[in-house]
Design a protein around this ligand. Structure first.
Ligand code: AKG
Ligand code: FE2
Length: 354
């Protein structure tokens, strides 16, 4: 009888934690995460003048404040929101919301941002042609090739010194829709961009998450490709120390004398994320919760599937700015077809094969 006894089953062992890995080259970035890294993307003089312009503008930017569980949190770094020319009317009229609060009217792109944006669009579109497309990505309008990524807005951040950063998060998909492509330009002091995968519940027993650290240097472009927001959280962690940035060109024609120059070194980093707000996720198409606030769209990262049937949640964000941090708690699953969204890459493919 003894032989029939089953060997005692060992308790399921958790996969061993993995050490953080620094991805110091574009090849390593492409190998490990759904991102690409592009170095020295703008003409050096443009990168430098855009850095100065954004540093000056940042004195009028603001900090983000919102409710997290039972406390008000304020992100120390400064942020602002810009719309590309020709898009301001659509975007102003639309009134976007962020963190449960109506955003100020977006500012128009500065001329240097326009110049940078045109260069960045070319890089992004060349990269998109090489990549696998996901069925829920924006499929484009009839008549265009569905591949063209056009930045119509930009969110900008300024981190002053090594302590300012942003914690692990995914970008809200409310206006970006599923599987967005986000192009993130870094100017000034180098910082680390940290990515960590959220392991789906069905795989937590078989594999562990790894932390990836990507150094972001002045004038580099990190593209977060489709599936990055669905699979990875990203952050700019505070650092124990920083390499100061020495701008390679002086400030253009200011009245400061050489002894009073404030451009010799800087501990600040400017980040500009160029984004494509999808026409099928226009502000007026966003459902509102019982608080009267547009709901926020997020991917169900723990139960992701195949790029076609992934689940996304619209959730109440009214609590983020209310007096007590409590909202109505309403949530519902995104229903692409039922809500009349698209066309998606998947729908276009199906049409083409019929
Ligand atoms: O500063 C960065 O590179 C990242 C900023 C970011 O994650 C965001 O604005 O959502
Ligand atoms: Fe982000």
């Amino acid at each position: 009888m003894d032989i029939l006894k089953q060997a005692p089953t060992a308790p399921p062992s958790k996969p061993s934690p993995l050490r953080p890995l620094t991805l110091g080259t574009p090849a390593l970035v492409a190998q490990h995460v759904p991102c690409t890294m592009h170095l020295s993307v703008l003409p050096p003089e443009l990168a430098c003048s855009l850095f100065y312009k954004m540093i000056d503008e940042s004195s009028t930017w603001s900090k983000n404040k919102w409710w997290l569980f039972d406390r008000v949190v304020e992100s120390p770094h400064l942020t602002s929101f810009y719309a590309r020319k020709g898009e301001e009317n659509r975007i102003e009229e639309a009134k976007y919301w962020y963190n449960g609060r109506q955003t100020e009217d977006p500012r128009p792109f500065l001329p240097e941002m326009d110049e940078a944006c045109e260069i960045i669009e070319k890089i992004v579109n060349a990269e998109l042609k090489k990549r696998k497309r996901f069925p829920l990505e924006w499929g484009g309008h009839d008549g265009d090739d569905g591949l063209t990524w056009r930045a119509n807005v930009a969110a900008s951040n300024c981190y002053r010194g090594s302590k300012e950063g942003v914690g692990p998060h995914t970008d809200q998909l409310t206006y970006l829709g599923p599987y967005p492509t986000i192009a993130s330009l870094s100017l000034g002091t180098p910082r680390v961009f940290r990515l960590r995968e959220t392991i789906p519940t069905s795989e937590t027993d078989s594999r562990a998450a790894q932390t990836f650290n990507v150094p972001l240097t002045h004038n580099s472009l990190a593209i977060m490709h489709a599936s990055c927001q669905e699979r990875f959280k990203h952050s700019i962690p505070p650092q124990p120390s920083l390499d100061l940035f020495r701008p390679p060109f002086p400030r253009p024609s200011t009245n400061t004398t050489s002894t009073a120059r404030d451009d010799t070194t800087s501990n600040a980093r400017i980040n500009i994320t160029f984004r494509f707000y999808r026409p099928d996720f226009s502000a007026r198409s966003i459902p509102k919760c019982k608080c009267g606030v547009p709901m926020v769209l997020r991917a169900d990262m723990k139960n992701r599937t195949d790029g076609e049937t992934d689940k996304y949640w619209w959730t109440c964000y009214g609590g983020a700015q209310s007096d007590d941090g409590k909202g109505c708690g309403l949530w519902k699953v995104l229903d692409m077809r039922g809500e009349g969204r698209g066309p998606t890459v998947g729908e276009r493919r199906r049409k083409e094969t019929i």
